[in-house]
Design a protein around this ligand. Structure first.
Ligand SMILES: Cc1cc2nc3c(=O)[nH]c(=O)nc-3n(C[C@H](O)[C@H](O)[C@H](O)COP(=O)(O)OP(=O)(O)OC[C@H]3O[C@@H](n4cnc5c(N)ncnc54)[C@H](O)[C@@H]3O)c2cc1C
Ligand SMILES: NC(=O)c1ccc[n+]([C@@H]2O[C@H](COP(=O)([O-])OP(=O)(O)OC[C@H]3O[C@@H](n4cnc5c(N)ncnc54)[C@H](O)[C@@H]3O)[C@@H](O)[C@H]2O)c1
Ligand code: SF4
Ligand code: FES
Length: 798
């Protein structure tokens, strides 16, 4: 049966959660296409606050890696905006002149930040705080400037301000009202919050209305309605959000503040649905993930034809993510003539609690300083419980496992994802989970704002007792409780030969494996049995599967090998011919001294390789990429050794070698180090009569200066030491650990000891030679394999 075409506009948190739920219910029914304006895979927007505060990095906030789309046969167009929907023809059009037809369409375009239309708003130095780009801009500014002003004292403004303080800036927060977070907190809690944040170094200007942004091209400050002025080099707008409805509106879909939907997230067009911050349900639009994920669950059922009770709206709860400040707010927080309130104010401990009660039922709460009761109160509000259910229970002051022991099974542990204590305990018991990561993988608990992580950890301790080790070993992934070393030992002992067998025999929880363990197992098996193991191409990431680098517009980059960065007229002519013939979008020199042909269509890859008749540069590989060289003694007046010659020898020897991660080398002929060996996995520096070998350097995300491994006299010795070093790394590192991470974990002294031992060095080199003997040139292998060509380069989702 032909699959139904499902298109998602918006590659964000609500839309992708809907697809995850759809895939759980109906993994094979839909042919799915996703358009996302941002050039990234789906990421955790919530954690941008933590990125800015320095608690995590942009690379760690991805929720669904690129290969998740591949693994689920989802066609993703990142960096592509849908500009028009033709409801009659059921076609969407994009800014890249693509048109795609659908049977069902989901609009999940989120929100845009509100930007106040102030004079001077277009000046350089003004930003919102909504996406990765904004976050990177603030980090950049903090390196050059000192003074920041955040307009808006809501959740976003305060989290941004904390981040900017962490980045070393002085921060003024300008707020319209007389109390911070006035939507979530009453006056008392707002005042306590202000005092706490002032102690942390924030400066507040309350009841201030900005009238102008000052400066020439670049901002220099703000002026307010009362005439007062302040200085600022960076201005962050955090004054709320507005649903992104322009596309829906222009396409004739009913729009009010948001895109109007009913209880099944249906718009006024029978084939179009909307979910997330852009949707308006019963006159409410939401700006937190918990309600959006509830909507996603309902919409997935509707799309899969399963009906259900529909979405009835959500009770909201929020927590500020600023370390050292515990604030929680839920439901109705303001009192009126129909309400009564229970208030506790412990000035000594800095704790304030207010519980609002209407007709005997709890309707809202504000907690400051001690938010332990937050989820319980949210649960009681949702259940419509009588206030006695709260006041009659012993106020348990215990922490940790003792606290969670007393919770009823239906108590919410993770508010964002709606996961209860009962669900988590069942998952721990039935699936043998023993880490927070595994609970996250199985139940979604702690996958969003992360504030429930400690409760999840307490539940593991409560359920597993002494078996639970908070600082437990690093498992291969959430599908198993085994570490990499344990898996490798089992593979060797039981003589297992393929990934599926490993998963079956070792009792993988998810029998298909996941995007993390499949490529890892494929690597470990290949490393253990280099000559016998048949590589499982389908377990590899897309670039490695196709032997080219996929670009954000779905085209590919082709980088032929150029040993040591040296080329010749014949190769350059071939590259030029191919570039012209296949209308290559851009020819670019890479940082690794090669030539990249960008913008190549997948179908053209085999022909281009054939016509180039050059080996692959493995620019996509988890393995050796390049050996960068300086010109060395032959031409440079400072050169002491033949660095180019040695670089070429190294590249020819280790070409095609697989590894846990990419490997880059550099060889220079004097300490000026033009080939940048100090930030390479292996850097070699020539001095008079000596070669120094450095290892574990990294010039990318985990910037790290390489450590000296040894000094040797000859090129042969360099090859011997580098061979042993690389083989030791291949055998002992976790898949996806760069040498920089591995060297830190092992310690350079230990590595020197192992590789420095002649006997061990020879053994390692023996195994290295075996691995090198099994390498095949991937481009010619592909060209000569008709089935492979058809399967990989002619299909859309290969
Ligand atoms: C810094 C920060 C911290 C936050 N902290 C929390 C928190 O602690 N707790 C909480 O619950 N919530 C928090 N939020 C809010 C939460 O992140 C959002 O509610 C959630 O991301 C909304 O999901 P969404 O899918 O509706 O929208 P989004 O995640 O914004 O996704 C919409 C996507 O659609 C894309 N798009 C728009 N138009 C088009 C088009 N025409 N074609 C293609 N693509 C398009 C957008 O570029 C965007 O990538 C925070 C938000 C921010 C910015
Ligand atoms: N921890 C969390 O849950 C969290 C964190 C960050 C963001 N978010 C979400 O992201 C969205 C955006 O957050 P937000 O804080 O921008 O929205 P918001 O609407 O909650 O707060 C905006 C604040 O700006 C103030 N303001 C409005 N106009 C102003 C002006 N001219 N000058 C000074 N102040 C002005 C308002 O009084 C309000 O307090 C919200 O949906 C929020 O829930 C949530
Ligand atoms: S590293 Fe030294 S020898 Fe090599 S090019 Fe630079 S200056 Fe010349
Ligand atoms: S409460 Fe936000 S991830 Fe659990």
């Amino acid at each position: 049966m032909e699959k139904q075409k499902l298109i998602l506009i918006g590659n964000g948190m609500a839309g992708i959660r809907t697809l995850e739920e759809v895939l759980k219910l109906e993994p094979d029914t839909f042919d799915i296409t996703v358009f996302g304006k941002e050039p990234y895979p789906n990421y955790n927007r919530i954690e941008l606050s933590k990125v800015l505060q320095g608690d995590t990095s942009v690379s760690d906030i991805t929720l669904n890696e690129w290969h998740w789309y591949e693994d689920n046969n989802i066609r993703l167009y990142p960096g592509e905006t849908v500009t028009r929907i033709d409801k009659e023809q059921k076609i969407v059009y994009t800014d890249k002149d693509r048109e795609e037809s659908y049977d069902q369409l989901i609009i999940a375009t989120g929100s845009d930040p509100v930007i106040l239309p102030l004079p001077g708003i277009d000046k350089e130095g003004v930003t919102a705080f909504r996406d990765i780009k904004d976050c990177e801009k603030m980090v950049d500014y903090s390196k050059k400037y000192k003074k920041a002003a955040v307009i808006g004292g809501g959740l976003l403004g305060l989290e941004a301000a904390r981040g900017l303080l962490n980045l070393g800036m002085e921060v003024d927060v300008i707020h319209l009202c007389d109390s911070l977070m006035e939507r979530q907190l009453d006056k008392e809690a707002g005042t306590l919050l202000k005092e706490e944040l002032e102690e942390q170094g924030m400066h507040f200007l309350l009841e201030k209305q900005t009238s102008e942004i000052l400066g020439n091209d670049h901002v220099s400050g703000l002026r307010f309605n009362d005439g007062e002025e302040i200085e600022a080099d960076l201005i962050v707008m955090a004054v709320g959000i507005k649903p992104n409805v322009a596309l829906a509106k222009e396409s004739g879909i009913e729009v009010n503040r948001g895109i109007v939907v009913n209880d099944y997230l249906e718009t006024n067009d029978p084939n179009i649905f909307s979910v997330g911050e852009c949707a308006e349900h019963r006159e409410m639009v939401y700006g937190l993930v918990a309600p959006l994920y509830q909507q996603a669950q309902v919409l997935a059922k509707r799309i899969c034809g399963m009906g259900g009770d529909g979405y009835k709206g959500s009770v909201l709860s929020t927590q500020l993510k600023v370390s050292g400040v515990d604030v929680f707010s839920t439901g109705q927080i303001m009192e009126n003539e129909h309400t009564k309130a229970i208030k506790v104010f412990d000035d000594w401990r800095g704790v304030y609690k207010k519980i609002v009660v209407e007709q005997g039922k709890i309707t809202g709460a504000v907690l400051f300083g001690d938010t332990g009761d937050g989820n319980r109160l949210l649960n009681l509000i949702k259940k419509g419980a009588d206030v006695e259910e709260y006041t009659d229970t012993d106020q348990n002051q215990e922490a940790g496992a003792g606290l969670v022991a007393d919770m009823p099974d239906d108590e919410l542990i993770c508010g964002c994802n709606g996961v209860t204590k009962g669900t988590i305990i069942e998952a721990i018991e039935t699936q043998g989970l023993n880490s927070v990561e595994q609970v996250k993988g199985c139940t979604n608990a702690s996958r969003s704002c992360g504030t429930c992580k400690s409760l999840v950890s307490d539940l593991l301790e409560y359920t597993l007792g002494e078996e639970y080790d908070e600082n437990q070993k690093e498992t291969v992934c959430g599908c198993t409780t085994l570490s990499k070393d344990e898996v490798i030992a089992e593979i060797k002992e039981k003589g297992m030969t393929n990934t599926r067998e490993v998963m079956n025999v070792l009792g993988w929880k998810n029998e298909e494996g996941c995007a993390k363990c499949k490529p890892a197992l494929n690597y470990y098996l290949g490393m253990l049995y280099p000559t016998e193991y048949e590589d499982e191409r389908e377990s590899r990431f897309v670039n490695e599967r196709l032997h080219a680098n996929i670009q954000k517009d779905g085209t590919f980059g082709v980088i032929p090998r150029m040993y040591g960065g040296v080329t010749n007229a014949q190769d350059l002519r071939k590259i030029a011919d191919v570039a012209e013939k296949y209308d290559v979008g851009m020819i670019k020199l890479t940082g690794g001294q090669r030539i990249n042909l960008l913008g190549v269509n997948k179908q053209d890859l085999p022909n281009i390789w054939e016509e180039l008749d050059m080996p692959s540069g493995h620019a996509y590989a988890k393995g050796l990429r390049t050996v960068k060289t300086c010109v060395g003694s032959e031409f440079c007046r400072f050169g002491t050794q033949d660095s180019t010659g040695l670089g070429i020898r190294l590249e020819k020897k280790f070409e095609g070698l697989s590894g846990p991660h990419k490997l880059k080398m550099g060889v220079s002929a004097c300490p000026r180090n033009c080939a940048e060996g100090g930030v390479k996995d292996v850097g070699v520096v020539g001095l008079e009569g000596v070669w120094e070998i450095y290892v574990g350097g990294n010039g990318g995300t985990d910037l790290r200066q390489a450590d000296l491994l040894c000094k040797v006299e000859t090129g042969d010795e360099v090859l011997e030491w580098v061979g042993a070093f690389l083989q030791y790394y291949r055998e002992t590192a976790n898949y996806l650990d760069r040498t920089s991470v591995w060297v830190e974990k092992m310690g350079i002294e230990h590595i020197r000891e192992v590789v420095g031992n002649k006997e061990k060095r020879d053994e390692l080199n023996e195994r290295m030679d075996l691995a090198l003997s099994a390498i095949q040139e991937p481009w010619s292998e592909a060209i000569n394999n008709g089935t492979l060509l058809k399967d990989l380069y002619e299909k859309v989702n290969a």
